[in-house]
Design a protein around this ligand. Structure first.
Ligand SMILES: *Cc1c(COP(=O)(O)O)cnc(C)c1O
Length: 376
């Protein structure tokens, strides 16, 4: 069987978890959390990196930091995971969905401005499949209307836009370390903060609204409740697990990239024949091989292909029922403009098995069976 995903386990996780057990300090913000935060600051070049319990929670933090409240509006694509919208809806704000570009499946930057009202507070671009959105244009619009930019970089660790890391371009960037992502800690994430003005409040929100982080650093004598916050701090056990993987980041990314390039080369002939479409990477973007997808003619053909591959024990999957058509999306959000591509393109997209260590033979087998389906 070729599974769709296998969570990375690199081999050093157990050793580091044992070190945490020996120290008997299991709660958050210990030595390993610090190492992970520093790794992010050094390697992703963010102003500040804070490990969180998930990307969903990092997004909630960014929404709190952007002072988004009841009745405010936040612009985002409808083709995304629920977390992007949940973080906004929890504050009583309205997700305003905008259509995607069919080439990258990212929010269409040309449609953002017409969705802005006097209630708009932020834009949440989602870097789908680890391919960056058109960030120059998005940041230019945000600056002009004084909006916060919160990058949903859940899939985009290590991806670049014009040489800069995804998650570091907007005011906030949200990474995921869920087991389905390139680098993982089971469940977890990180908030990347660009501007130093926001560092202190971010630490406070993450620590239940207290200034405990300052207290730990010896900057104050006692800590107290200073703001509204929550518990967004992961345990040291999870941070230790993650650190093992961050240390081997290069190797993990290279393995995925090899598989990605291999798929691309093997399936190119089908694209040339007009049977499928392959992912498009704009010139200013470097992706991180988070996902390999193909697009087929329509939903019927996709269903047939999924079933065909299943016969050969190959697990190919699709995802994201556009949020504006889901029950909660209808209740809490609205779609601005026309759904020209979101639904249509989402129904054509199929993700192929891709994970750290997937062997060449398996990639070749998947490509072979897809070619067989299209009878070449
Ligand atoms: C995975 C994912 C999330 C959620 O990440 P968690 O760490 O599970 O909260 C959010 N947005 C996108 C685009 C994702 O792919």
């Amino acid at each position: 069987m070729i599974p769709f995903n296998k969570p990375v386990v690199i081999g050093t996780e157990r050793k580091y978890i044992d070190q945490v057990l020996e120290k008997q300090k299991l709660c958050g913000d210990g030595a390993f959390t610090k190492k992970c935060n520093e790794w992010l600051e050094k390697n992703i070049h963010c102003g500040k990196g804070l490990l969180t319990t998930s990307c969903t929670h990092a997004t909630e933090m960014a929404v709190l930091l952007s002072n988004i409240s009841e009745g405010d509006e936040v612009i985002m694509p409808s083709y995304t995971f629920v977390s992007t919208a949940d973080a906004v809806v929890l504050r009583g704000a309205v997700p305003v969905f905008v259509d995607i570009r069919p080439d990258t499946m990212n929010i269409d930057e040309k449609l953002i401005e017409e969705a802005i009202t006097d209630k708009t507070k932020a834009i949440i671009p989602v870097h789908y499949a680890g391919v960056s959105c058109e960030m120059d244009r998005i940041i230019e619009i945000a600056d002009r209307y004084n909006l916060s930019v919160i990058e949903d970089a859940a899939q985009a660790i290590g991806s670049l836009y014009k040489g800069k890391y995804c998650g570091t371009l907007g005011n906030y960037g949200c990474l995921s370390f869920h087991e389905t992502k390139n680098i993982n800690m089971g469940e977890g994430g990180a908030l990347l903060i660009r501007d130093s003005d926001n560092f202190e409040r971010a630490e406070i929100i993450r620590e239940k609204g207290t200034n405990r982080s300052k207290f730990y650093r010896g900057e104050i004598d006692k800590y107290t409740w200073v703001d509204a916050g929550s518990s967004y701090l992961p345990s040291e056990l999870n941070a230790a697990f993650l650190f093992g993987q961050l240390e081997r980041y290069e190797e993990i990314q290279i393995s995925r990239m090899n598989a990605w390039n291999n798929y691309y080369g093997l399936l190119k002939v089908l694209e040339d024949k007009g049977d499928i479409e392959l992912p498009f990477i704009p010139r200013e973007c470097v992706h991180n091989a988070h996902m390999f997808y193909i697009k087929v003619k329509d939903i019927e053909q996709r269903t047939k292909l999924v079933n065909y591959l299943k016969q050969y024990d190959i697990n190919a999957v699709f995802h994201y029922i556009p949020l504006h058509s889901a029950p909660a999306g209808v209740k809490y959000g609205r779609f601005n403009g026309e759904d020209k591509y979101t639904t249509k393109e989402s129904e054509r997209l199929l993700r192929l098995p891709l994970y750290y260590g997937i062997c060449c033979d398996d990639v070749e087998r998947v490509a072979e069976k897809i070619k067989e389906y299209f009878k070449i």
